[in-house]
Design a protein around this ligand. Sequence first.
Ligand code: GLN
Length: 490
Amino acid sequence: MINLTLTEALAKLRAREITATDLTRAYLDRIEKFGAELNCYITVTAERALADAAESDRRYAAGNPRPLEGIPIGMKDLFATKGVRTTAASKMLENFIPEYESAVSQRLADAGCVMLGKVNLDEFAMGGMSKTSFFGTPVNPYQRDKKLTAGGSSGGSTAAVAGGLALCATGTDTGGSIRFPSSITGLVGMKPTYGVCSRYGCIAFASSLDHPGPIARSASDAALMLSAMAGCEPRESTSAARADDIAKSLAEPLAPLPLSGIKIGIVKEFNDVEVSNDVKTAQQKHIENLRAGGAEIIEVSIPHILNALAVYYIIAPAEASSNLARYDGMRYGLRVPGSDLIDTYKKTRAAGFGDEVKRRLIIGTAVLSSESYDAYFMQAARVRRLIDDGWRAAFEKCDFIICPSSASTAIPIDSQMTPLDGYALDLFTVAMNLSGLPAASVPAALAVNGLPLGLQVVGRRFDDKRVLQLAKHIEQFANLDNRPTVIMGE
Ligand code: GLN
C-alpha cells in the first residue's frame, strides 16, 4: 500500500478499495520499522492519526470526502501545530507546544490529510544536510548502508517520503531546502511563488525568503498537495491575493504542458559551474528531449546570478538575527535562569541554540550593525535587485528556465565540510528565493552510482501550475522508479 502515489491512493480511497485507516496503519507500521534508522520523525502522532483516519473513513462512507481525504502526510517540524510539540529541531523549542495552528497545516487538515507526525529538519531550517538538527540527522533511504544525506533543511521530509514513512510531506525553502533534498532523494519538491503558501504559523527563519511548499513522489502529487496548501491568508501581510486562484487551478489532474511554442532558457552563467558528469548528461538529454517535443531552447544570461550565494548569506542571516531575537527565555521556549535579566538572556541563548544557528546570528548581527550596514546589508539588497532585473530580462526572452538542482548526487552524512562548503550546496537554488520565483525540482536521472538527481524548472511569478506541467515532461522522460520498497529494498 505504501507504494501508491497520492494520486493512486486517492483513487483507491474514493473507489473504497482501501480505507484511510488501513493506509494510515501501513505508514505507522513503516515508521515503527524504519523510523529510528532513518531518523526522519521528531514526533509521531499515531493516536491522533488513527482518529483522523477514522473520521476520513466516515466521510467516505457518508459520501462527502474532502479533496485529500485520508492522505497520510509528514509535517515539517517548523509548522506550528496546536497541541502538538513543535521544535524547529532546536533545543530552544524542545518542549514547545503551540497554542495555534499554522495556515499551511490547517489547510492540509481541512483538506482531509492525516498528519502522521512532525518530521526532522536542520535547526530553524538553517543548513543543507539536516546535520544541525538537535534530534540527529535523517538518513537517505537510497543505499542506506552508506549513510548518505537526505539533504536539508527538509531532510526529514524527503527521507520520510522516499522511504515510505509518509505519502508526502510539507517542506520549507529559504534558499533551497525543498529542492536540494528532493533532488538527491528522487522526489518532486516545489518552492511555489512567494506568498502562494502562507508563512503564518511557520517558524520564521528569513521572512523575505521563506517559502512553504510540497514534497511528493510525482509532479501530479505535488500539484494536488500544493492545491491544498496554497491560499490567500488574511492574517499574513505577504500572502498573495492570487494564491486562491492558483490553488484552484492545481486541483484538476495535471496534464503535461504542450511544448510547441514554448521557449526554455538555459542560464549561461551556470554553464561555468562545476557539476558532476551525471548532472551534465541528464540536463543535456532532457533538453534534447524537450526540443524534440517542440520546445525552443535558448541561452539566457542572468549576469549577477553567481553572486546570489553571497547575497543570500548576508540577507538570510540578517533576517534570522532579527526573527530569532524573540527566543530570550521570557515567554516561551527554553529558559536558563541567570543572575539578572541580561545574564538569563545570555545563558538561555547560549544553551538553546546550536553552533550553526549561533554563527548565523553573529553574521546577521554584524551585517546589520551601524558600521557594516551600508557595506554589507545595503549592498546585498542592491545586488538582490540586480539579480531580480536579470530574471526579469531572461523571462522576457523565455517562458521557463531549466537548470540543475544540485551539483551532484547525495554525499555521505559524515563528509568533512567547512561551513562555506555547506553554503555552496545552495548555488543553484538561492537565486530563485531572492526573487520569489516558482521552482520545482523533479527527478531527472539515476546517476552511474545508482543515486537519483533532479533538475529544476523555474517559471515566472505565479506560473506555478505550468512549472509543474513542464516538470511532468521531465519526470515522464526520466521514468525513475521511486517506489519506497524499491528504494529501501523492502
Ligand atoms: N542551505 C540553506 C541555508 O542553510 C538553505 C536553507 C533553507 O532553505 N531553509 O540557509
